[in-house]
Design a protein. Structure first.
Length: 375
């Protein structure tokens, strides 16, 4: 089943190279991807899909398209195009870092290190955290961390490995610990975002941006936590992060509906037309694969996570994927971007497509994405 799903995804991605004409897909409306010129937080996912397809097929058409995206990422960094946010990690891990991992391209490595420096510039004192959004020290945004940032940290961990400079690793480790302490709640659910007092670093409280309410659990935030804490454990070997990933994963899996694919927020009232977020389930599937690769062989929970992974992926492939719909642009239907903001509540999300493909390729061929080297 995984191979059929991969073949379908590869055929669609090849078609999309032509269709997108060098632009980057973001989210869809009415089944058509919104395209941009590499100026959004999501642009690395398209690059990552192209690198995955190239690794799987060795077809130069994917390599050439992926290489072109990296050229665009060089220019983006040079011109500092919409880079005043923490998602520099998503952008450069899946584009230039991927190129370095796949073909040891030195210019790509250098670009990725520059991107890591840019992310480090978002470190805020006295609070000691990476500011999520906006200009550094911004009156409204200066005190905000968000759970999504956990996926940006591998860029910093990797930069320490590459340069021997421990400061990137230290910043990432502190950010992960701060996320664990302030974003993860006692019942293993999570806040999307948390604020600190900008001037003193004192904690203020949790809130949401894309979730149902400030105290609810936004499904995708929980998903970023599952995968992100597992990756922090991989790099730091700090058992607290492995435990955090497992806690968030258990909560996620225990609150799924019968078809094993999440609604958009765990506290949203369930009615006939409540939106799903298939992208959150795709992130968790990829995250569970990472978690399983890190857990001890004799860990009694292995079977539990394995069974849930199988059920979620089967449901995504059989009920959410566009397999057989030849003209479909996206791979996964029923993702939601920002329900209360009225933005693409039931559409394709390019990160949903990316994580779905990453999970499939890891299941089928052990190709695990570009968050770390040496798989
Ligand atoms: N990182 C933004 C989102 O998940 O929508």
């Amino acid at each position: 089943m995984w191979k059929t799903a991969i073949d379908d995804a590869i055929a669609k991605t090849l078609k999309n190279i032509e269709r997108f004409e060098g632009k980057f897909p973001h989210v869809s409306s009415n089944g058509t991807y919104e395209l941009n010129e590499n100026n959004d937080w999501t642009n690395g996912f398209w690059s990552g899909m192209l690198w995955l397809c190239y690794e799987y097929t060795q077809d130069e058409r994917f390599r050439n398209a992926a290489d072109q995206t990296v050229t665009s990422f060089h220019q983006r960094l040079k011109d500092h195009v919409v880079l005043d946010h923490h998602d520099i990690g998503f952008l450069y891990s899946l584009s230039s870092k991927a190129q370095w991992i796949v073909e040891k391209d030195e210019a790509a490595r250098q670009l990725t290190l520059q991107a890591a420096d840019l992310l480090m510039n978002r470190w805020c004192e006295p609070g000691g955290y990476i500011q999520a959004w906006g200009q550094k020290g911004d009156a409204k945004e200066g005190g905000r961390i968000i759970i999504d940032c956990l996926l940006n940290l591998p860029l910093l961990y990797w930069a320490s490995e590459q340069t021997g400079n421990p400061s990137y690793m230290e910043a990432a480790r502190i950010q992960a610990e701060k996320s664990r302490r302030y974003l993860v709640r006692g019942d293993d659910s999570s806040y999307h975002t948390f604020f600190f007092q900008l001037e003193t670093g004192e904690p203020i409280g949790g809130a949401t941006h894309q979730g149902y309410t400030n105290g609810s659990t936004w499904t995708r935030g929980q998903a970023w936590g599952v995968y992100g804490f597992a990756l922090s454990y991989r790099y730091t070997k700090d058992k607290k992060f492995l435990e955090a990933s497992k806690r968030l994963a258990r909560y996620f899996l225990e609150h799924l509906p019968d078809d094993h694919v999440a609604y958009w927020d765990f506290n949203a009232p369930i009615e006939n037309n409540t939106y799903r977020d298939s992208s959150a389930s795709a992130i968790v599937a990829a995250g569970l694969l990472e978690l399983l690769s890190l857990m001890e062989q004799q860990d009694p929970e292995r079977l539990y996570f394995q069974e849930h992974l199988e059920k979620s992926m089967t449901s995504l492939v059989q009920k959410y994927a566009t397999i057989g719909e030849e003209d479909a642009e996206g791979l996964l239907k029923h993702g939601s971007y920002y329900v209360h903001g009225g933005l693409s509540p039931d559409d394709y999300m390019i990160w949903g497509d990316y994580y779905y493909l990453e999970a499939l390729m890891r299941l089928e061929k052990g190709i695990g994405g570009y968050w770390y080297e040496g798989k």
